[in-house]
Design a protein around this ligand. Structure first.
Ligand code: GDP
Length: 589
């Protein structure tokens, strides 16, 4: 990387500290700038080229991609941090590592049974007495090769991990029950895997059941662009019975085949990073965490930072509970020694010293505080500016509607809108109310949630608030298309939120020559401000809404007046005021 005047060459991925050095700015300043662009990164973390280009532009630099990295560049900023780190490694040092697999699928289609069946095929695990401790991940051997399974409870965890940009799996096994077929959570799982660009191997489960109908399921999969290999497509569909433990070897072989075609590598001697699979506080042992090493080799005695937790690792054990000294890429381990309980999905890294760890955690805590203050909602209004800034090439949408009959025309309309310069991508469309999972998917894929004749569950709303997801509910198709069309043109009126400044009660009404009818009020809460908006209530009916045009305290014009004081208030073009009315003063933000 080099800089030439205001032009700088930036690699596919660059550590924040190095980037700061290149442009001769303080790393803290840079971290803040990244945050205002919605990217949360610490001094030791890497950002991708696109992100770096945007922030350096804000400092007046023009970024150009470093010449050699062309082919390594992935399609968009969706790439998890650990993948970016590995992409930044010297190719000569990359070695094949076991694929990391997660199992997704509709409830009751047999995820747990399949995980158990796979686990019990592993002879080594059996030798340990059959009592494998449950640490949220395990490995099995197939033809002398290892496969790592994430054994997290269902896909809530998968979504959460992805929402944090730390999605850990290389391959998804999608379980579909042969007697039940593609169901809502199957579709959701497909949407997740596609958004994360993780290949899918289908386990066609419950093939032992008399009413199993594999062809019907294959037809359904084909309709979702997962064309089975025996139908000439690219998706491996393996018939299995988790219950009778049949087809498991074929499934694992399928996984290895897919792994072979997807460059699953890491540098065992590189920087140690990985993802927290799960963590909890054990009364006697302290913080117990399961980590998945993704690059480098973790050793006992290493100082680790995981999210905002840190510590020197005291003991490392493998998934069988056996103490180990080292763990290389794709190895899940249980560790002790962290100061705090990190969250599942947090990225972890090994740092030089405990002192450095404390500095990083301090910065992170600070960053979280600032981010919470300046958290920008990923709203339809912001979309256009993101597209303009080159941060997004298309508008991602997740659509929920009351009935299939309305879903189809909505998607047709949206596709029409998306034919212009800025594309529209419907990541997931389904009937039913907006739930938590929908919001998590929207957060993970930076999508806007569209609801048509449906509601958003209370939990989903709360989650949307927390994750900054914009939920837009419509009852008329053209209202929705109108909004989206406006957003694509950057013309959408921003959503205003009302902020209440204060409340007052009208004590008496008098006439002033200059102002007309004036309400003599007492401020009972907060303050009143001249020029703010005001709403007048009689009993509980709103009788006036408009501007607070004049405000006087005794004989003086004032700009504002606080709780406990009396004042005279005049309203623009409104005279029907009565004692006992109450008024609320607010502004729109
Ligand atoms: P999950 O909700 O996806 O984790 O599904 P479970 O693994 O809990 O399985 C749901 C039900 O399906 C259980 O009653 C299992 O015994 C049953 N089941 C799972 N796999 C098979 C299978 O291959 N054949 C049959 N007949 N039943 C199965």
């Amino acid at each position: 990387m080099s800089s030439n005047g205001s032009r700088i060459e930036i690699p596919a991925s660059i550590v924040v500290r190095d980037l700061a050095q290149m442009i001769e700015k303080s790393p803290i300043d840079l971290i803040k700038k990244l945050m205002t662009n919605g990217v949360m990164a610490t001094i030791n973390q890497a950002v991708d080229y696109d992100t770096a280009a945007i922030v350096v532009a804000e400092y007046g630099f023009e970024a150009v991609p470093e010449a050699v990295e062309e082919e390594a560049k992935e399609e968009s900023g969706e790439v998890p941090m650990w993948r970016q780190m590995i992409a930044g490694e010297d190719k000569a040092h990359l070695k094949a590592r076991p694929p990391v697999v997660t199992i997704l699928g509709h409830v009751d289609h047999g995820k747990t049974s399949l995980l158990d069946a796979i686990r019990s095929t592993d002879v080594a695990a059996g030798e340990a007495g059959g009592i494998t401790q449950h640490i949220g991940a395990y490995q099995v051997e197939m033809k002398g090769r290892l496969i790592t399974f994430l054994d997290t409870p269902g896909h809530a965890a998968f979504t959460q991990m992805r929402a944090r940009g730390a999605q850990g799996a290389d391959i998804v096994i999608l379980v579909v029950a042969a007697d039940d077929g593609v169901m809502p959570q199957t579709r959701e799982a497909i949407a997740h895997a596609k958004a994360a660009r993780v290949p899918i191997v289908v386990a066609l489960n419950k093939i032992d059941k008399p009413n199993a109908n594999p062809d019907r399921v294959k037809q359904q999969l084909a309709e979702m662009e997962l064309v089975p290999d025996d139908w000439g497509g690219n998706t491996m569909v393996v018939p299995v019975s988790a219950k009778q433990k049949k087809g498991i070897d074929d499934l694992l072989e399928g996984v290895l085949l897919v792994a072979d075609s997807s460059e699953i590598k890491a540098n065992p001697s590189g920087k140690v990073i990985g993802t927290v699979i799960e963590a909890e506080l054990d009364k006697s042992k302290g913080v117990m965490a399961t980590l998945l090493v993704q690059n480098g080799t973790l050793e006992s005695g290493d100082v680790v930072v995981a999210g905002t937790a840190h510590g020197k690792l005291r003991a490392i054990t493998d998934y069988k509970g056996k103490p180990v000294k080292k763990a290389g890429p794709s190895t899940p381990v249980a560790v002790m020694g962290l100061s705090d309980v990190p969250s599942a999905g947090d990225l972890f890294e090994v740092v030089e010293s405990e002192k450095e760890a404390r500095v990083i955690v301090g910065e992170r805590l600070e960053a979280i505080k600032t981010q919470a203050q300046s958290r920008k909602k990923l709203s339809l209004e912001d979309m256009f500016s993101r597209v303009q800034a080159g941060e997004a090439k298309e508008l991602n949408l997740i659509v929920k509607a009351d009935v299939q009959g309305s879903l189809d025309p909505i998607i047709t309309e949206l596709n029409k809108l998306g034919a212009g310069e800025i594309g529209i991508k419907v990541l997931h469309a389904e009937t039913g109310n907006i739930g938590n999972n929908d919001v998590m998917l929207a957060a993970a894929s930076k999508a806007i949630m569209i609801g048509f004749n449906v509601q958003a569950d209370v939990d989903a709303r709360r989650m949307a608030e927390k994750e900054g997801v914009d939920i837009r509910l419509y009852e008329i198709i053209y209202r929705m298309t109108e909004d989206i069309e406006k957003a694509l043109k950057g013309m959408l009126e921003p959503d205003y939120v009302e902020k209440i400044l204060g409340k007052a009660t009208v004590l008496q009404v008098f006439t002033a020559s200059k102002f007309g009818r004036v309400a003599g009020c007492r401020v009972v809460d907060g303050e009143l401000k001249r020029g703010a908006k005001v709403r007048l209530y009689r009993n509980s009916d709103i009788i006036y809404e408009g501007d607070l045009s004049s405000l006087r305290h005794e004989k003086d014009d004032v700009k504002e007046i606080r709780q406990g004081y009396e004042c005279g208030v005049g309203f623009k073009n409104f005279a029907d005021i009565q004692p006992g009315d109450s008024l609320v003063c607010y502004i729109l933000e």
